[in-house]
Design a binder for this molecule. Structure first.
Ligand code: 5GP
Ligand code: ZN
Length: 113
């Protein structure tokens, strides 16, 4: 997707503080962090949202969760962390490339806003 912000981060057309990368995923620091640790975990493949994923994406979606586990461990988030995706405008999605927020390093409340 040539006009997608996060695809441009994957292809290094736009700079980001990348903390992890493998064949399927990239993880980078959120530009407007909401917690001491706030990174975005994205597939390299363009998917607009979780709702736009297919059954064939099961392996990829599972992989993203395992990346979240790994990054949480590497950042020492032993007291807890949150992994969330905002799906659609009504949920606050502002970038139409699937991303999971990984947040940690502070106490969190529920329900979210
Ligand atoms: P959403 O609102 O779609 O759930 O999350 C999008 C996230 O992307 C926001 O937390 C926002 O701060 C982050 N973001 C938007 N533009 C950029 C950017 O150019 N670079 C980085 N690193 N994060 C961005
Ligand atoms: Zn994209």
């Amino acid at each position: 997707m040539s006009d997608c912000l996060f695809c441009k981060i994957v292809s290094r057309q736009i700079p980001a503080q990348i903390v992890f990368e493998d064949d399927l995923a990239v993880v980078f620091k959120d530009i407007n962090p909401q917690a001491p640790t706030h990174v975005l975990i994205i597939p390299k493949k363009h998917l607009s949202s979780l709702a736009d994923s297919a059954d064939d994406d099961a392996g990829l979606l599972g992989h993203l969760q395992l990346v979240a586990r790994r990054i949480a461990k590497e950042h020492g988030l032993t007291k807890g962390f949150r992994v969330v995706t905002n799906n659609g405008q009504g949920a606050g999605q502002s970038v139409d490339h699937l991303h999971y927020h990984l947040l940690g390093g502070r106490a969190m409340t529920w329900p979210p806003g």
